[in-house]
Design a protein around this ligand. Structure first.
Ligand code: OOG
Ligand code: MG
Length: 268
């Protein structure tokens, strides 16, 4: 996003679309992508809706733990037909414990993807945040599996719509072992994603903008456009390394990350 990009939605439209997305999220039902009704909608409009959604979650007492970058690898951009990265917010109650059973009944059509997650120890600020600054401010990295669940029919959307839907955020699971960024090469970590004991996807961390730290820097620069900084102690997921894999009740998932350990879960 770029602050110069204009918005087209009125305040009433933003609230209306926010309510539509929110009810699809809470009711786990699919809706048409928002641009079907608002074809002129821009990326900046998508973030207006997302920020409205975040305000409502916070007003209802949810606690934000951090943010996620999305569509940061070519595999993901190609899978979703979108060529610009996006971000979304993460709330504490989206987290699920490692090895736990994750219910699918409250999701529309969940998919899983492997990501490198960062936990920060110093504040990061845009608009010119760099990967070097991100690495210096990182307390540790750890492996994560994001469970995404687009609220749009057929998991089909465009950038303004997916941003309004909080980047398809639904659940996330961390595991493995926290590592110091000085002790791992974040560009060359291999990952495999097994579903029901078979490899469903594999890749290397360089797929995420060359280095996942670049995705975190991008995220910091995006939130700076509306005046936010990334506080110390934030949890940030840097984006799926491979394409996302659909899951249903009965599936088990095991993500193995070179150097970082593994993350497992089952769906019920
Ligand atoms: C959008 C969310 C993308 C990622 O890691 O790339 C995302 C989607 O694919 O539904 O979370
Ligand atoms: Mg993701």
């Amino acid at each position: 996003m770029n602050a110069a990009v204009k918005t087209t939605l009125s305040r009433e439209d933003v609230v209306r679309l926010c309510e539509r997305v929110e009810s699809a999220q809470l009711g786990a039902h699919a809706i048409r992508k928002l641009t079907d009704e608002y074809p002129a909608m821009t990326l900046a409009d998508g973030y207006l809706v997302q920020n409205e959604l975040r305000k409502r979650w916070l007003a209802r007492g949810h606690r934000q733990v951090g943010w996620k970058a999305g569509l940061t690898s070519r595999a993901k951009m190609k899978q979703m037909g979108v060529d610009v990265p996006s971000i979304g917010f993460l709330m504490a109650d989206m987290a699920r414990a490692e090895n736990s059973s994750i219910t699918v009944a409250d999701m529309v059509h969940p998919r899983v993807e492997c990501e490198v997650a960062f936990v920060t120890k110093a504040e990061l600020k845009g608009p010119n945040c760099t990967a070097e600054q991100v690495l210096a401010a990182t307390d540790f990295v750890l492996p994560a599996v994001e469970v995404i669940d687009s609220r749009f029919s057929g998991f089909k959307f465009d950038l303004p719509s997916v941003v309004a839907d909080n980047g398809s955020s639904a659940r996330f699971v961390t595991g493995g072992r926290p590592r110091n960024v000085a002790d791992v090469d974040l560009r060359t970590l291999g990952v495999t994603l097994e579903k029901n004991g078979e490899i469903a996807a594999l890749g290397a961390s360089a797929a995420v903008l060359g280095n996942p730290a670049e995705a975190v820097a991008m995220l910091v620069n995006i939130i700076s456009e509306w005046g936010d900084t990334l506080p110390a102690g934030s949890f940030v997921m840097s984006g799926g390394i491979t394409e996302a894999i659909a899951v249903k009740a009965g599936d088990t998932v095991l993500a193995r990350f070179q150097e970082l350990g593994s993350v497992s879960m089952r769906f019920v």
